[in-house]
Every structure is written in C-alpha cells, then in structure tokens.
Design a protein around this ligand. Sequence first.
Ligand code: SF4
Ligand code: SF4
Length: 433
Amino acid sequence: MQISTYLKIYPCPDQPGMNLVYSTIRSSVVLLPDHLLEAARNGTLPDEDRETLLQLGVLTPDRTGEREQMRTIFDIPRANTPFSAVVVLNLDCNLACPYCYEDSFRGKQYMSAETAALLVETIRRDRISQGQPVRLTFYGGEPLLSLDLIRAISRPLRESAIQQGGSFSFSLVTNGTLFNRACAEELVALGLSGAKITIDGPAELHNQSRPYVSGRGSYDTIVRNIIDTYDIVPLQLGGNFTRDNYRDFPRMLDDLLARGIMPSRVSTVLFAPVVPKSGERVVADFNTGCSCSYEPWLMEAGVYLREEALKRGFPAPKAKLSVCMVELENELVINYDGSFYKCPAFMAYPELRIGSLVEGIGDYRESHNLDLWKSDGCLECAYLPLCFGGCRQMTLLHNGTIDDVDCRRDYYDTVLEKVIRQDLTYQGTKQKS
Ligand code: SF4
Ligand code: SF4
C-alpha cells in the first residue's frame, strides 16, 4: 500500500500536529495527526486505518497502477456514459450585455424546424435506440426565445426514451427574463432538470451590465422569476464580475435573502469573471471546469465570493474531478445550423468545426490536440483530477492554437487549501483521530 500521488497535505497551524489531507481523485478530506500520516507514508498503519484511508483515496494499492488508471480514466465504452450535448437554439437575445462574447457572431440566427427534426432523428437513432441516456443543455443567445424548438426537440426525445426504458433530461442556460413559473412548469413536464440563471450583482450593477435591448434594466424581472421557480426547478445562480465590482456582489445575495429565498433550496451559487479575449471580452461561465482565474485579484475574488455565498447558507460547488468537454467523446456542441463543435466558445473558430448533423462527427484528435495532459508532468501532478490540462479555450486565446495545456498549478496552489477550509467551516468533513 502506498500514499496516493493525487493528494494535497496541508499542515494545520491552529492545530499543531494535525494535517488536512485532501484526495483530488475522491474529493475527500480527512484530518490526520502527524503519526498516522507518517505511518501511512512508511506502510506501518494498523489494518483498520489502512482500509479507511484506502477508501478515502489517501492510500492506493500501487502508484503505478493508479497513474495508469488516471491516464485511461476517460476510455469508457461509449454506451456506458450519457450522451450530453449543448444545443444552441439561436444567436439572438432580448438583453444587450456589453461584454457578451457571442456579440461578434450574434445576429438573428435561429435553428430551423428542419434542423431540429434532424437533431431529434439523429439522437433517437444514434443514442436512445442504443440505450444511451441523453442530456441536453439548451443554450443561446437566449434559448427561451426558441420555446417552440425546445418543445419540438424535448417532447419526441422524451417519448422515445420512455418507450425504450431509457432516460432523457435537459437543462437551460438562460438570462432568466422569460423563465416564469408557467414556463418552468411546462418544461419540467418535458424533462427540464435544472436551469442556470445569470445575475450580475445587485440591481444597479446588474441593470448596467445586463439591460434589455431597449436599455431598461432586467434585474427585477429575473429576481421575480427566480423566486417563482426555484421551488420547482434546481437553479444554479451565476454572475459575471469585474475587478471593480465583485465586492458588491454579496449585496445581491442579501437582496435574495430579504425577498424570502431559502438559500439551501438554490442548487448552487457560482460567480465567474468577465475575462478579456483578444482585446474584446469573453465570459468564462459555461460550467465550473471552464472558469479560469489566474491573476491574483481573480483568485482572491473567487475565494471571497464563494465565502460570502457559503456564509449566507447558499451552496457552492466543491472542488471535484472535472475535465474539459473537448476530451469527452460523448460531449458535443450542436450549433443552430446543425454544425458540431467541442466547446461553445469554439463556434467563433470555423476551423474547429468537427462535423454536422448531416455529415456526422469527424476526427478531431489532431485539430484539438487531445491527450496533451497525458505527459509525465501532468500524470505526476496532484492536481490532475481537478485539471486534466485545464481549459483549451484559454490556450487558444493565448497561443492561437491548442498546442499546450492551460496549467492551473499556480491557481490551485493559491486557492485549493482555502476552498477546502471553507468547506470544513461551512459544509463539514470527516475527522480521523
Ligand atoms: S475549452 Fe474551456 S470553456 Fe470550452 S468546454 Fe473546455 S474548459 Fe470549458
Ligand atoms: S496542466 Fe498543470 S495543474 Fe494541470 S495537471 Fe498538468 S501540471 Fe497539473
């Protein structure tokens, strides 16, 4: 039995002789006294402790085998994992956010009824009939401007999945302005399992940052919709902050509390920075694996906002095993015109198109330079299970091509211990004495 490679050990200054031990594979945390940690290192643990630490990922039967397990972790037979697609229904929006990264290719483009029908037929034939669970994320623009398309796609797929004894669900990434209770109730019946809604801080900031096309603020409508829907749909609340305004964001959480929202019934709260893109600005908020925070102020802001959310009883995502969807065979972006990409941000790069509903999925191993993280440096890095080479879009922005990992070592060195300690304070952990 050996100590795992994928472990971070932090001495506890306020508890001399104790160590916070975190497994990046299992996301488990255990407090270990020096003598047990030493015994784990030199293989002299009593049987019972050895078994417990094996379960927690602190020990591994064999480091070479563990490394090989990590290297092949995503080599799973296709039918054994759900098919997960981001479906871009339109590139239109009823808001006019100045930072919107889709601005450069925004227009009145909508998915046609024919493309939606082809999408349904393709997913039925290639996924549902093969017994694969299907999860879609409707995305835009603003997906609720295409409510008819959501119905036209989700209804037949849900029916097919039920007939085959399979499963179908979908979620929304929405600005929240059109997501009222009637809409939520209708969509829940069609398979809606969650929605991500963006609020960019308290009313005065949000209304500047996310005005309607007319210039009117959208804050009150969105907050009313959150209050009207969060008891029937798990909501992930997000928001995009800047260096100048992130310290004001907790006032928005206070406003939600003052309006009677029960924080524990919100699915998660996660704020992400508005980050620059080649002189423009891009929002890195697609999912937790996608936010990229390297500058010192960004790291501080992320930890600060997480603390402020937890302090008020809102759940925050924990550090956990996560990988860019580019690496996952069963994850895809389907654009409004039926073309395929591996990340929503790649829709701005025609050379990264990997196929379409008509052509099928092409070979993208070379264009996307897969497996960059399967190097000795990454396989021996304790952060590998949280990182797997970081965000390909960030490499693309920096280098103009996906030719290297987006190394997050400095970020995790600065942030991870603080995040784990926040969870100890607000969300509990196991203690070993
Ligand atoms: S490239 Fe970056 S933004 Fe795109 S899916 Fe991967 S981690 Fe997310
Ligand atoms: S990219 Fe950097 S942080 Fe990520 S696994 Fe590789 S060495 Fe570790």
